[in-house]
Design a binder for this molecule. Sequence first.
Ligand SMILES: Cc1ncc(COP(=O)(O)O)c(C=O)c1O
Length: 358
Amino acid sequence: MRIADLPTPALLLHAERLDANLRRMAERARALGVRLRPHLKTHKCVEVARRQRDYGASGVTVATLTEATVFADHGFDDVTWAFPVVLSRVDEARALAERVTLRLTVDSAQAVEALERTGFPFHVWLKVDCGYHRAGVDPAHPDTLGLIRRLAASATLRLDGLLTHSGHAYHEPTLDGRRRVAEQERRAVADLRARLASEGIVVEASVGSTPAMTAVTSLDGVTEARPGNYAFYDGMQVALGTCQPADVAVTVLATVVSAPAGIDHVVTDAGALALSKDTGGTAPAHYGTVLTVDGAPIPGAVVRGVSQEHGLVTTPLGVGDRVQIVPNHSCLTVACHDEYAVMHGDQVVDRWTIWRGR
Ligand SMILES: Cc1ncc(COP(=O)(O)O)c(C=O)c1O
């Protein structure tokens, strides 16, 4: 099937770009001397994860227990659930941990106590806040060492290490800024890890975000990285300078369904439920960059507005015309769809399932 024959809205996965992105990050992790444990929440797709494994990923990272279960069911037997453990899901987590290595994430004494009460030898990572200030313990807080010592001495739990995420690298428009955040992230876990080693507590250290991983120059003292978005990139990464426009591996194929006379927009069938409502910090705000159906840039063309199914585009197009849209945030766009149309050039060569769920 060719792109022109696809029903829309459809999520296109450009396989050659994907492959280049996966290879590049695998090489980067190797050069930096860390294992790669990619975050799969970006793609939620078994076929993509297999390719990441083929490029040398050791283990995978997920955001939800459903993702953990799906990938476990497809042969991924070492899974980090890099989200503060949801105490209402501990029984499910235990059932999964009985058949694969499932590594949980904690950042509170309450979560540690709840896991200990199960009597099950869960692997746990302690989440450390490296400056993003979303979740995680402050590495400099006096209670932090106490919590780590308690975990290390636990008769039940197995402390894997210190895990952090430099989400604030997305707020840094310059390479220098992202480098600074990446170094801050490295030090947050490497320094604490060295301090623990001096007490005889030997742990791993896990970092990762795509903008930090593409900027970082040293990961000394770190053992693994968990970037996710790099598989596809998106408009936000292009704007940051983390990738080139030609690296973005997913686009949404849409059809113009209405071109009302006297109104300065046309309507496509890719609205919020095909793109997400993420504006990616664009100013003036938009919901994606519009390309021709063949993927060529159209200067200034963006999705100016969305409602649930409608996408408003200001480019003069006619009913029945098709366009590709570069999402601002590919992780959220992917989560709107059930499958990828896998493209080689303009040929649809396969369909891959997107495993949604929480
Ligand atoms: C805990 C954690 N680790 C790693 C990542 C991967 O970050 P990115 O998608 O920027 O590579 C994320 C993404 O939000 C995350 O929440």
